[in-house]
Design a protein around this ligand. Structure first.
Ligand code: HEM
Length: 250
């Protein structure tokens, strides 16, 4: 837990940017959207996210990622939550970036069930994802921000769109820049947001690979290349290799 907290403190800006972006693209969203129709929404979500993280700290990271993967496919519309509907669409859950790695669906289900008891038929799952991501970050020691609400849930989903839009670890830098740019995010945002992958100890090996592939500050580079300022390289080395991360062979 301590390492997760310290990782999060490093990426406050990161996460804040993500939420700012998603909250600012729709003029109809507002922080008090449910203040009359579902006044207990925020405490209810927070309670369940908190319980889930106490049970398994990784769940906070998983919920954050779920929101990211929802938002990158046709907007933050909860479409990632939809199971395949054999008569009309193949959903996003089994798209390559999600299959066997997207987690937290059960927590979202628990939240939705609890919310349906306190204010039935009012709150969208897309908003639940957005609040859960914020609560996860805050509970794990990151910043707090007011989440703008009022998203509508999708009635359809697209596996193809998920495969095409969610960045892959094998994407090159231009592809990553282009994927982020399609969502109004700059290369600077891309670099900052990529730090979110450190929200989970487990992710270390992926992060290393990601950075190697994406050339946004690869550990191998800070160790092996001579064209990087030595003091900057030492700082990066310290930050990337925390005691509870497996040290790479390189
Ligand atoms: C830049 C492009 C990105 C790529 C290619 C990428 C790829 C990945 C991969 C391959 C994993 C491991 C999944 C697994 O468990 O098998 C992962 C995990 C994760 N990613 Fe990313 N990611 C990217 C950006 C982001 C962004 C923008 C965020 C959030 C703001 C994010 C948050 C996370 C989190 C929190 C995890 C850990 C999830 C968990 O442990 O359940 N990633 N990412």
């Amino acid at each position: 837990m301590a390492s997760i907290v310290s990782c999060f403190s490093k990426f406050c800006l990161t996460l804040f940017l993500l939420v700012l972006f998603h909250g600012s693209t729709n003029a109809k969203l507002s922080t008090n959207f449910y203040s009359k129709s579902c006044p207990n929404l925020l405490p209810t979500v927070k309670f369940i996210v908190h319980s889930a993280i106490m049970k398994e700290a990784r769940m906070g990271a998983s919920l954050l990622r779920l929101f990211f993967h929802d938002c990158f496919v046709n907007g933050c519309d909860g479409s990632i939550l939809l199971d395949d509907d054999t008569s009309s669409f193949i959903g996003e859950k089994n798209a390559a970036p999600n299959r066997n790695s997207a987690r937290g669906f059960n927590v979202v289900d628990d939240i939705k069930s609890a919310i349906e008891i306190v204010c039935p038929g009012v709150v969208s799952c897309a908003d639940i994802l957005a609040i859960s991501a914020r609560d996860s970050v805050t509970i794990l020691g990151g910043p707090y921000w007011d989440v703008k609400l009022g998203r509508r849930d999708a009635r359809t989903a697209s596996q193809a769109a998920a495969n095409n839009n969610i960045p892959s670890p094998s994407s090159n830098l231009n592809q990553l820049i282009s994927r982020f740019s399609a969502h109004g995010l700059s290369p600077r945002d891309l670099v900052a947001l990529s730090g979110s992958n450190l929200a989970q100890d487990f992710i270390y090996r992926f992060y290393r690979n990601l950075l190697l592939v994406h050339r946004v500050g690869a550990p191998a580079r800070v160790y092996n290349e001579s064209n990087i300022d030595p003091s900057f390289a030492r700082t990066r080395q310290r930050n990337l290799y925390r005691p509870n991360y497996a040290r790479p062979n390189t």
